[in-house]
Design a binder for this molecule. Structure first.
Ligand SMILES: NC(=O)c1ccc[n+]([C@@H]2O[C@H](COP(=O)([O-])OP(=O)(O)OC[C@H]3O[C@@H](n4cnc5c(N)ncnc54)[C@H](OP(=O)(O)O)[C@@H]3O)[C@@H](O)[C@H]2O)c1
Length: 358
């Protein structure tokens, strides 16, 4: 009871007497931190010591605990290397940690002292660092049931999986097709499909991944390297009335895949794992079969959703991640071995996530 009252008093103190709290917490923080940088375009990741950033209005400073290596991190590293100042660029899009300093504003102060899942806002302050400044709106308190490691992966993929099922329901699709299905996101889509009784056709790229999914109970698995893949996809998608394809590969095969889909299908591109910059699609197929193609980016959807809806989705993610939706972790690396972490991850992406731990 005493502890509860003390906590309550502290919260009031934080909200109403924020200037003093800001002053105290800022001074309790060290001034320097270790963070990951890219040594040169196409070069290695290295660790450097730099000043800890200071949060401005509406922002918080987070003492980071863990951050995964995701395909979007590698894409961002590639894109940033092409056009930005590498001296200030710190990679890492999502992670977890504790809010240790609050900038001006109600939300930053509400989050102060809380363990949060967070995403980066600025290229100069990523999650692959001991501390990160980001917008308070990019932070979501973690439930006690989720540890720092699982929490560090609770935004990008779980929220995307939930968004897919919102899209499916909004458009009344009876079954779905997902590519790169042995990915962490693919497994979440399969799990949510089972829960919501929506059949998922999982496309993988080799026999090993087929076995992996079979062993974890997936019913519909197609190997894109098999001779009969397009024919099998055509038959299964028509049988199950799978009229939506989520594609994160975007390879030259997409043209044939689209050709095999039932008439009126939607294709949603959400990744570019193949690295192909331009792919060809037969316009006749789009016209004759009434196929719609669009893109999906979680950041855009989250901004559109607003804080309240995002918080509700995060609550659902928390519930799922504390039961069935645990993400497999393959390795943990300190910041000074970030390059090794990325190499390990790229060596076998389907084997589980690689984390940077601070
Ligand atoms: N648009 C968005 O907002 C959004 C949000 C979340 C995720 N995503 C995207 O979702 C995808 C999955 O992310 P994740 O974190 O779940 O991935 P992950 O767990 O790291 O796994 C990546 C998977 O992709 C497979 N893969 C890699 N290159 C491939 C290629 N050229 N062709 C076919 N398969 C390939 C890997 O297979 P191997 O083991 O054989 O390499 C592995 O199964 C990524 O493209 C990511 O960018 C997009």
């Amino acid at each position: 009871m005493k502890e509860c009252l003390a906590n309550y008093a502290l919260r009031l103190f934080i909200i109403f007497d924020c200037e003093l709290y800001y002053y105290v917490s800022e001074r309790l923080c060290p001034k320097m931190m270790k963070a990951v940088f890219l040594e040169k375009p196409g070069g290695h990741l290295v660790m450097k010591e730099v000043n800890i950033p200071v949060p401005g209005p509406g922002e918080v400073l987070i003492k980071m605990k863990a951050a995964p290596v995701n395909p979007s991190d590698l894409a961002r590293i590639r894109n940033t290397a092409a056009g930005h100042d590498l001296a200030t660029f710190i990679p890492g899009i999502e992670g977890s940690g504790t809010v240790v300093v609050a900038g001006k504003g109600i939300l930053p102060r509400l989050w102060l002292g809380k363990r949060v899942a967070c995403s980066s806002e600025y290229p100069s302050s990523g999650t692959w660092a001991e501390y990160m400044v980001t917008k308070a709106g990019n932070c979501f308190p973690l439930s006690e049931k989720i540890n720092d490691e699982q929490g560090s992966m609770s935004l990008v993929n779980p929220l995307t999986a939930l968004a897919f099922f919102e899209i499916i329901k909004e458009n009344n699709h009876k079954a779905i097709i997902n590519n790169a299905a042995a990915s962490a996101l693919g497994r979440m889509v399969e799990m949510l499909g089972k829960k919501q009784k929506i059949p998922v056709i999982n496309i993988v790229r080799n026999q090993h991944q087929t076995e992996l999914l079979k062993n974890s109970g997936s019913q519909y698995i197609l190997d894109s390297s098999s001779f009969s893949f397009i024919e099998d996809l055509g038959k299964l998608s028509h049988d199950l009335k799978a009229t939506i394809l989520f594609d994160s590969v975007c390879s030259r095969q997409l043209d044939n895949i689209i050709d095999a889909l039932p008439s009126g299908s939607s294709v949603i591109i959400y990744g570019n794992l193949s690295g192909e910059e331009h792919i060809m699609i037969n316009p006749r197929c789009l016209i004759d079969n009434d196929i719609k193609i669009s893109g999906f980016y979680l950041g855009r959807r989250a901004k559109k959703n607003g804080l309240l809806k995002n918080m509700m989705n995060l609550r659902e993610v928390g519930r799922l991640m504390s039961s069935d939706m645990k993400i497999k972790i393959r390795g943990r690396f300190p910041l000074d071995r970030a390059q090794e972490a990325v190499d390990t991850y790229l060596g076998n992406m389907s084997a589980g996530k690689v984390l940077l731990v601070m």
